[in-house]
Write a protein that binds this ligand. Structure first.
Ligand code: ZN
Length: 325
């Protein structure tokens, strides 16, 4: 899940916006006043708000290497591999971004989308399954992702009940462990994590290009959401990050679920931050401190400058960790 679109609010070339800022401050992160439509979105549930805002959200094309690129701004980050076997996408973004996604995909050739991998079931990564599935692509996902998409699913932290997705939006190829695809001359390795951000997370490595898409097990420059409603946990998120560190090298390009393209060093920083905060909060909880007392102790303070400025504020992240230790 992510409410943040585009780059860090502090970046001078910032694109997009941060819905949490829309919701709390009444102005966009770039300092503009809300349009009437944005103001309406402010009054809606966060899921509805994100879906509505996607229609006008700009999408940035990042060309990486080896025929792989990334689209940023359609919800979660989307990886694209072009070629004569048809395009492969990792994650599908929000439905409202469809037109802009299709336009941006033109930068990767004229072939249709033939394969889509979902890193997990969340709406900002899988809403686009419907139009991509209806166009005939094979959708590949973890079996638990298929399960959650096929049934009514509630996420408590978003106060939202997701209805079952239509048949063509469901995965037609289900992954239970690690898997490999060979497409467009590339080796595409799927790693099924044990429960992490959810219990259906997949990371995807483009082996020759040396590019890793972590899904939402890693958010670059932002504390992550952890979805306890569908099997996520702080310890699983740390474990998945360790697995991705093991499976990458210093020169690996790392595409996070949200935030700018990063490096293995960013991934390591993130792991260190999660481990530090987890340790502090576990100690406080063991001492009998309540959630309110733990939040008041500001266990994330040392890391907030880099990681606490966006979607998941420090107090919410402290609660997400508290729930799992
Ligand atoms: Zn997510």
């Amino acid at each position: 899940m992510g409410i943040f679109f585009g780059e860090r609010a502090s970046a001078p070339t910032r694109r997009g916006f941060c819905l949490c800022c829309l919701m709390t401050a009444g102005v966009t992160a770039s300092g503009e006043w809300l349009t009437p439509r944005e103001a309406f979105a402010q009054a809606q549930n966060v899921v509805d708000g994100m879906r509505g805002a996607a229609v006008s959200a700009p999408i940035a094309i990042r060309r990486l290497r080896g025929g792989v690129g990334m689209l940023e701004g359609a919800g979660g980050n989307i990886a694209v591999l072009g070629g004569s076997d048809g395009k492969l996408l990792v994650d599908a973004g929000l439905t409202g971004s469809r037109m802009k996604i299709e336009e941006a995909l033109g930068a990767f050739g004229r072939e249709p989308i033939r394969h889509l991998i979902n890193t997990h079931w969340h709406f900002d990564h899988a809403d686009g399954n419907q139009w991509i599935g209806e166009a005939g692509a094979t959708i590949i996902a973890h079996e638990n992702t298929g399960k959650y998409l096929s049934m009514t699913q509630r996420v408590e932290d978003w106060d939202f009940d997701f209805p079952p997705a239509p048949r063509l939006a469901l995965p037609s190829r289900v992954v239970r462990g690690d898997d490999v695809l060979r497409l467009n001359g590339a080796t595409v390795m799927l790693r099924a994590h044990r429960p992490a951000h959810t219990d259906g997370d997949i990371s995807v490595t483009f082996a020759e290009a040396n590019i890793l898409h972590t899904g939402d097990t890693f958010w670059n420059n932002a504390y992550p959401f952890i979805d306890y409603s569908t099997g996520g946990s702080i310890d699983g998120t740390i474990r998945a990050t360790e697995e991705n560190l093991d499976g990458s090298a210093d020169d690996t390009v790392v595409i996070p679920g949200h935030g700018p393209v990063g490096t293995r060093r960013d991934l390591r920083d993130y792991r260190d931050v999660l481990v530090d905060i987890r340790g502090k909060i576990a100690t406080l909880k063991r001492q009998g401190r309540s959630l309110e007392e733990v939040i008041a102790a500001r266990p994330t303070a040392a890391h907030d400058a880099r990681w606490g400025g966006f979607i998941i504020p420090p107090s919410l992240f402290a609660r997400l960790v508290f729930m799992g230790v």
